[in-house]
Design a protein around this ligand. Sequence first.
Ligand code: AMP
Ligand code: MG
Length: 335
Amino acid sequence: MKRKLLALSLAIWLAVSVGGCSQAQEKYSDSFDSMDTLMQLTVYGDKGALEDIRDRIEELDSILSATDKNSDICALNSAGAATVDSAASELLMKANELSRKTGGALDVTVYPIVEEWGFISGDHKIPSKERLAELVKSVGFSGVKIQGESVALPKGAKVGLGAVAKGYAADEAELILEKSDSKGAILNLGGTVVAYGSKNGESWKVGVADPENSAGYMGYLTCKDKIIATSGKYERYFKGDDGKIYGHIIDPKTGIPVDNGLRSVTVISDSGVTADGLSTALFVMGREKAEEYYRSHKNFDFIILTDDNNAYVSEGVADSFKLEEGHEYTVKTVK
Ligand code: AMP
Ligand code: MG
């Protein structure tokens, strides 16, 4: 199952560049599995930066993974309290802030419910109403205590950073690039894309996955120095015995996979944690609340694809988003 999911997530983004040729920097690429997905890195002009980014992603995975028994997050989940690496405490703080801002739409303490539905083991099942009601009681980031690198969870709680870890890795990769000799890089961290600088002076073209056919893309964004993250239930899902499709993004208030007419949410931001965390949170909120959130914050842009073939595009990226030929979406600009 994981392999199949990996293949799907591979197709989430097609990141290509527009040509340009003056004083071309040499291109270095690498791809590897980490954070339960495929990482595809291309860095121009600095092979050492490429190596440092891979090392840092692998290190972050060993700290942040909720399934690796030796990770800091696993130690925290099994003991209920632990001193963790600063990357883990910093990311927990950021997740907490996003949780507060989004009214709990993003909440990394939803992890035991994600496990219960079988999205971690791959052994999917529909939990009983009673079991979900019990588990929902221990969800709520406000009960998590963080003091420096010491973290304590409320009784019965566990955290999983799947909704934000790739965004954090994206931010860390960008820091490495900023200190390097590279003038451009395109990193696809399992669907969270870092479009750094330019490809020898030209903007990057980042494909937006077609949720109906994740091997293709329905449009693309032309951008520079942005981090772009997509959440969609098509990335991980199963069909229940009742014939319904259950996706991996869970409403923390009900413990049930979100089913609100959205196909995917893409968030474009200067910050990876914001892009990754908000793509998940806005998916949970639904279109109208997501638009309200956008109007009151405006520090990001979005592309929301809905089941009725509309593409809602926020005004900041309206001009840089282009629909790919042959796609049925009606593009609507959101101000
Ligand atoms: P993403 O692909 O970034 O949208 O993250 C989705 C992953 O985060 C899921 O596979 C779950 O492991 C976890 N998750 C699901 N729902 C939530 C939620 N409401 N808040 C935080 N994490 C979630
Ligand atoms: Mg996310």
